[in-house]
Ligand binder design. Structure first.
Ligand code: ADP
Ligand code: MG
Length: 704
């Protein structure tokens, strides 16, 4: 990239900036150079061809663009700086009041009675009176150009507004930039063949159009090209990284499908595998036989049968003379895995052991010694498995269940468990995430998806009830218990306010005691603040059917398997996130009986809460639910996505821009398939641009 360009000079030297504004631009927006300003795109546009009338303005919260005459201005003095400025705007026969609480002086100097203005803002309706607080404001001119344009609106700050660098001021700066900028200043980064195929304008044109589109068409094309770039270059990096690791990291080669695997398949497997399970096992098998280290993400909805896939993958390792480990995020879940897997492989001569923080003393010492000597084939446990003292004899495969609870660093520390070759890694997650998000977060992993539930599962009936229907719900619970079923009652737990939630839980417990009195009924209680031993005791009472009800916080969220529990009541359901509700619901529907999930809520629901509950009632498909979740919360707030760089996009929206994302991924794959190191002359722009953007990353630097 040319560094001699005026675009890379200090921002304060740009016409109309100067030292003071330069300082604020740096501080508030991180804009150091004119180039930074050029790449700070508008987040919306004002269509000046389309004015509304004050008469049509009705609802609170509507966003409107109006044109009218200011017929009066009034400044109301308050204490200290708390002055307020109001102005009355008239269009046709209607009026609307404009109000400013901040920057009063500046606005006052701009406004003139009798002049025509364009205003843009959100409507407040109070007592029948309409007003706009802090609208965007611009004098109306009869300039012809003006009417044809879409006006860009930029992210700003109070300070910038005060210094005249609101959107209008910023447009002026951008205009000043565009007076000087040449195509050489913004070199093309896409090859011509790609641009031709995709019918994209060149980069220079694109930047002009993103800031100053003449119409919707130009705006859309410019946005599409920039969104494409955002995802395309990221995918090039991720796919390249994945390929590089495959070449660099040798993995244990599992050449045979051996005796243990075959005997398990023929003698032990208690059911027919689903097509999806078979397909995924084939994908894994191909990886394991290739001689390169596997790094695979296994996604599957709750109850889709990931455990059996994990077990059969471990059998492949054992048949080839390697040890395998399975790590779960909680003690309860790890214990369940240990018990169910031990039972499933009984008689096959496979040695399964358990390790967690609570395995201590001699037992721990023995386990570690057996492991180091190679007398243990499968080690199951919690994150105690990644402690340094845990040494394997011949580690070949490491499986991580319910991945979102483990960090990337923990994943990496598993690699060090083998000194011969990097162990294969299979990461299993029960929180389905939208494909677009998976490509962003895990684009460097291979992904397998179990997109099918075992046959014969009865759909869980999900019902939303308000608090007022409590008696009806209690009656239903009694009826189900009379049939011999067990019931979970779940209370929300939000980490920061555990005490408060515990109060909820205990109050709920007291309430249930009244409806389900001892000794006829037993209620077990489980929450995160309990000692592990107490928790286990209470869990056991439920698992062994000694308790009919279990009152719990979300500690039961992950993995617990009690097939006879067929009803789940979720209290204050409006306080749970969508993926959490889905996870919880997955605890029922595991047996042969019809299962129910009852979502209890208060009468007042926010729009988002209504949508979350509505989605739960409508579907049990985890991928559908994940898509809605992402739409509501944004990709950066999904479980496990924090710090994962999914918020790096300036324009791209992972929920909405699916066609662009698909095209970008497809092209990244095609380009790298033909030219893995981007060494062909026709790809030189891609190579250069990647080197430019990954200066800190170093990934593409290594090649040259
Ligand atoms: P998850 O993917 O949520 O971890 P599990 O592996 O716990 O799901 O499986 C859920 C239940 O489904 C288990 O009881 C398991 O034995 C059963 N299961 C798994 N695969 C099949 C299958 N192909 N047919 C019938 N039942 C299956
Ligand atoms: Mg599971």
């Amino acid at each position: 990239m040319t560094s001699s360009s005026f675009l890379d000079a200090d921002i304060e030297f740009l016409k109309g900036v100067g030292p003071r504004r330069g300082e604020v631009l740096r501080q508030d927006l991180g804009v150091k150079t004119p180039r930074d300003l050029l790449y700070l795109y508008p987040f919306r546009y004002i269509d000046k061809t389309n004015f509304q009338s004050t008469r049509d303005v009705r609802a609170d919260g509507d966003v409107v663009l109006l044109k009218g005459k200011i017929i009066s201005i009034e400044k109301i003095k308050g204490k200290a700086y708390k002055s307020r400025l109001t102005a009355l705007l008239k269009d046709g026969e209607g009026f609307i009041e404009l109000v400013w609480f901040q920057g009063v002086k500046f606005i006052e100097s701009m406004l003139q009675e009798g002049k025509e203005y364009i205003v843009y803002g959100r409507v407040n309706v109070y007592g029948g009176k309409k007003s706009l607080a802090h609208p965007e404001l611009e004098e109306f001119t009869t300039d012809v150009e003006f009417h044809k344009a879409l006006d860009p609106v930029y992210p700003s700050s109070e300070k910038l507004d005060g210094l005249g660098l609101d959107s209008k001021g910023r447009r002026r700066l951008l205009k000043a930039i565009f007076e000087k900028v040449t195509p050489e200043d913004v070199p093309e980064n896409l090859p011509d063949y790609l641009r031709d195929q995709l019918k994209f304008p060149n980069r220079y044109q694109t930047l002009q159009w993103i800031h100053f589109p003449k119409d919707e068409h130009q705006k859309t094309i410019a946005q599409n090209r920039l969104k494409f770039e955002e995802f395309f270059f990221l995918q090039l990096q991720l796919i390249h990284k994945r390929a590089g690791r495959k070449q660099l990291l040798k993995g244990a080669k599992f050449e045979t499908i051996g005796e243990k695997f075959n005997r398990f398949y023929k003698e032990k497997l208690p059911f027919e595998l689903t097509q999806a399970q078979k397909r995924v096992l084939k994908e894994i098998r191909a990886d394991l036989g290739a001689g390169f280290q596997m790094n695979r993400l296994l996604q599957g909805d709750v109850g889709s049968g990931k455990t059996i896939v994990a077990l059969m993958t471990m059998l492949m390792a054992i048949d080839n003379g390697y040890q395998a480990s399975l790590m779960a995020p909680t003690e309860i879940l790890a214990t369940q895995h240990f018990e169910s897997i031990s039972a499933m492989v009984e008689g096959l001569g496979i040695r399964v052991a358990y390790l967690s923080g609570s395995v201590k003393g001699k037992k721990r010492k023995d386990t570690l010694a057996l492991l180091a000597d190679g007398h243990i084939d499968i080690l199951i446990g919690t994150h105690a498995l990644i402690e340094e003292k845990v040494v394997f004899h011949r580690m070949g495969l490491s499986i991580i269940d319910e991945q979102h609870r483990f960090g990337v660093a923990q994943r990496a520390s598993l690699w060090r468990k083998s000194d011969q070759v990097a162990p294969h890694i299979l990461v299993m997650t029960a929180t389905p995430i939208p494909r677009t998000l998976a490509l962003t977060m895990y684009g460097d992993l291979d992904v397998s998806i179990i997109d099918e539930l075992p046959v014969g599962r009865k759909e869980i009936k999900t019902i939303h009830k308000y608090e007022t229907a409590r008696p009806q719900v209690i009656a239903f619970m009694h009826a189900e218990i009379a049939k011999g079923r067990q019931i979970y009652v779940v209370f929300p737990l939000i980490e920061e306010s555990e005490n408060f939630d515990l109060k909820d839980l205990m109050a709920g417990y007291e309430m249930l005691l009244q409806y389900f009195p001892q000794p006829d009924y037993q209620i077990s209680v489980v929450h995160g603040r309990m000692k592990p031993a107490d928790k286990d005791f209470e869990m056991k009472r439920f698992v062994e059917k000694k308790a009919q009800l279990m009152v719990a916080t979300t500690v039961i969220e992950v993995g617990v398997n009690v097939p006879n529990a067929s009803v789940m009541v979720i209290e204050n359901a409006e306080r749970f996130g969508l993926s959490q509700l889905h996870q919880l619901r997955g605890r029922v529907g595991r047996g042969a009986d019809q299962s129910y999930c009852i979502l209890m809520s208060g009468n007042k629901l926010s729009a988002d809460a209504r949508k979350r509950i509505g989605t739960m009632v409508k579907t049990t498909n985890g991928f559908e639910i994940a898509a809605v979740d992402m739409e509501l919360r944004g990709p950066g707030e999904m479980d496990g996505t924090r710090q994962s760089g999914v918020n790096q996009f300036k324009l791209l929206n992972l929920s909405k821009d699916i066609p662009v994302i698909d095209a970008a991924r497809k092209w990244a794959e095609l380009v790298l398939e033909e030219d893995p190191e981007l060494s062909l002359p026709k790809n030189v722009r891609l190579y250069n641009y990647l080197r430019f953007i990954s200066r800190t990353d170093g990934d593409w630097r290594r090649i040259s």
